[in-house]
Ligand binder design. Structure first.
Ligand code: 16G
Length: 250
């Protein structure tokens, strides 16, 4: 119930009521919550107050507005652990989500300067360029462009990209992925990523570029991943480093 004589602002009380309804399981992930009008009537409060409460919860990622459809309990963010090198397929399985992949394109191209550098190829050498949309429980969460040297994987085909590429590299090619190096930055969705991820062009995204290595410091893949900003959250466990080991930004 909303207490109008309480020093706690009414919008805040409404936020707490909504959160409680979600925590208690009354409103489940992905379900619509009552309309603003229903809140106004039920608690005899103004539409502006309800709107403020809902906007705050949308900003916190607890609720989601869908144009023309209403407000829904957010599906929640995928929480990714940054400490180990895992594949998308493994990450989703660990989270109890079902991974799915749509291969947008699969081609053999000549290595560009940057990809050649990342993969240790001679500029112009043949490499695969694979574009994929990655889904979690049917929701698109990531859009990836992966480059792999053709020389290392002469038999790689589109069908392998429909499953786990790490699985292909490790099991079929027998090259264990031992470590990686990745860069993370905040960015805005470009046209193609926006289409694949079902978000607006310019919406906030998280961009990660990873190069993975096998034995002998051999680079096996270079992947640029664009994650939906509202669906991804990174967790990192940090170890205190002794002074002198800090690498300044380049
Ligand atoms: C992850 C990796 C990506 C890798 C992919 C393989 C990050 C930031 N990126 O998305 O580099 O290519 O997994 O996934 O985690 P797969 O084995 O399921 O195809």
């Amino acid at each position: 119930m909303v207490k109008k004589d309480s020093p706690v602002p009414i919008y805040f009380q409404v936020e707490e009521i909504i959160k409680e309804s979600i925590d208690s399981g009354k409103w489940k992930k992905g379900e619509a919550i009552p309309s603003e009008r229903q809140f106004c009537e039920q608690y005899s409060i103004s539409r502006m107050t309800v709107r403020q409460a809902i906007t705050n919860l949308v900003n916190e990622g607890i609720l989601e507005r869908k144009r023309g459809k209403g407000t829904f309990v957010s599906a929640g963010k995928v929480l990714q652990d940054l400490t180990g090198i895992t594949s998308f397929t493994e990450q989703m399985k660990e989270l109890g989500k079902s991974p799915e992949t749509k291969v947008q394109s699969f081609e053999e191209i000549s290595a560009s300067k940057q990809a050649a550098k990342e993969l240790g190829l001679i500029q112009g050498e043949a490499m695969y360029k694979i574009k994929r949309t990655r889904l979690a429980d049917g929701d698109p969460v990531a859009y990836e462009t992966t480059y792999l040297p053709c020389r290392l994987f002469p038999d790689l085909a589109k069908i392998h990209a429909e499953g786990s590429i790490y699985d292909y590299i490790e099991r079929q090619s027998g090259m264990p992925i031992l470590y990686g190096r990745q860069e993370i930055e905040a960015s805005e969705a470009g046209k193609k990523a926006a289409e694949a991820l079902k978000i607006h062009e310019g919406a906030p995204v998280l961009k990660i570029q990873r190069t993975s290595y096998t034995e002998g410091d051999l680079a096996v893949e270079y992947t640029k991943t664009v994650y939906r900003g509202d669906r991804y959250k990174y967790v990192m466990e940090l170890e205190r480093k002794t002074s002198g080991s800090f690498q300044p930004f380049t």
